[in-house]
Design a binder for this molecule. Structure first.
Ligand SMILES: *Cc1c(COP(=O)(O)O)cnc(C)c1O
Length: 410
């Protein structure tokens, strides 16, 4: 069955009790038993809930996975997956990963004596060299966030030894554009808060696998750790996921047009988008992915503070954390999504104060381009200023106040 058909029909049988065509929101924490242990497969909603079950069936069908275990957020899913590890285990992880993942690993899990090696996973020999006898997981995010580099999933799978798991964060591509399980990954994780839900109105996460034993462990962790997806959120995410195919096509179409528009401007220094022929891994992206997605990053000519000016001036592109909704967003990774990564580490990864990330929505593309054009034009005089490097403290007027200064939390 086509992806678009699965998105609408998988898990959507009419309600057994009433015939309701759309899966109801089963807002119940518990279920009445007719005799001790005699129930209809549900006893407590942390363990199972019909609305959540329907979403899990739907998402498993989209990812073509035998199992989907849903969580209250992407990080809830990550907490469960990393709870498959034990003290003393080691993980090799992409050095250009989501800031919240970095924080979970370095601030929490390292205290449990799980160790992490962050490597540039586009460098296959470097990954091979990072693998140790106690390595239990390779943790991949591709395209990477926010630099949009592409990690070769097949090459990573080829490196793994028996007993090691390859985990792929498929949030950026969604199953519409990329199928890591088919390439040999053991577990796929999603922040369903992003494209899968697609409307920036619900938080959720999912872990998918074809391995029955891993699925059983994740089920145990789902009922044990408590990052429980509520039936309301499950309903919203399921409703959003029905249009995933149409939305992803539009996100990509708009993003391609915007990437070309940006690449042609003299006052834009670099555009990072795997769909551009100039992207260093464009060929790998073409073979590994069925589309290039809706996220673009860029640096501008001029001082780094120009990025802050542009972020302040866009109107349709809302200045906000997150990504993957129908509405376009602009984000300053160094001070927003990736603020929990130390500055030296950020600079090493290219996440400078001059970098902007766009989550291209599905509005009319001419309106989106006009919005970016006016913000770039209004600041293009700054492009002539060649003072590279940090924000200029001698010229505070050029620096807008930072809401997130000090304690970025995402
Ligand atoms: C947002 C995000 C997460 C975390 O998901 P939440 O739903 O915010 O907990 C993980 N990975 C990636 C790539 C993300 O963008």
């Amino acid at each position: 069955m086509d992806f678009a058909t699965r998105a609408i029909h998988a898990g959507q049988e009419p309600d057994q009790a009433t015939g309701a065509t759309i899966v109801p929101i089963y807002a119940t924490s518990t279920y009445t038993q007719t005799a001790v242990g005699n129930h209809k497969g549900f006893d407590y909603s942390r363990v199972a809930n019909p609305t959540r079950n329907a979403l899990e069936t739907q998402l498993a069908a989209l990812e073509e996975a035998s199992h989907c275990v849903a969580f209250a957020s992407g990080l809830g899913a990550e907490s469960a997956i990393t709870s498959l590890l034990s003290s003393g285990d080691h993980v090799v992880v992409s050095d250009d990963t989501y800031g919240g993942t970095y924080r979970l690993f370095t601030r929490v899990l390292e205290r449990f004596r799980i160790t992490f090696t962050f490597v540039d996973m586009t460098d296959v020999p470097a990954v091979r060299a990072a693998i140790r006898p106690n390595t239990k997981m390779l943790w991949i995010e591709t395209p990477t966030n926010p630099m949009l580099r592409i990690i070769d999933i097949t090459a990573m799978v080829a490196l793994k030894a028996p007993g090691q798991l390859v985990v792929v964060d498929n949030t950026f591509c969604t199953p519409y554009f990329q199928s890591p399980l088919a390439l040999g990954a053991d577990i796929v994780i999603h922040s369903a808060t992003k494209y899968i839900g697609g409307h920036s109105d619900a938080m959720g996460g999912a872990a998918m696998t074809n391995d029955d034993a891993i699925a059983a462990d994740l089920r145990l962790l789902q009922k044990t750790l408590g990052a429980t997806l509520s039936p309301f959120e499950a309903f919203l995410i399921s409703r959003g996921a029905k249009t995933l195919a149409v939305r992803m096509r539009e996100h990509e179409r708009n993003a391609l047009a915007i990437a070309h528009f940006l690449a042609e401007r003299d006052d834009v220094a670099e555009v990072f988008y795997p769909g551009l022929a100039s992207h260093p891994q464009h060929e790998l992206a073409r073979t590994q992915m069925r589309g290039f997605g809706g996220i673009i990053s860029m640096t501008l000519r001029g001082p780094e503070s120009r990025a802050l000016e542009v972020a302040k001036r866009t109107k349709l592109f809302a200045l906000a954390e997150s990504l993957g909704g129908v509405e376009s967003l602009i984000n300053h990774p160094a001070r927003m999504t990736h603020g929990s990564i130390p500055k030296e580490e950020r600079d090493r990864r290219g996440i400078t104060d001059g970098l902007l990330r766009l989550s291209v929505g599905i509005e009319g593309v001419h309106d989106l381009i006009a919005d970016l054009r006016q913000a770039l034009d209004a600041t293009s005089a700054l492009a002539e200023i060649t003072t590279a490097g940090a924000l200029d403290p001698a010229n505070p007027d050029a620096i807008p106040a930072m809401q997130n200064e000090g304690a970025p939390t995402y």
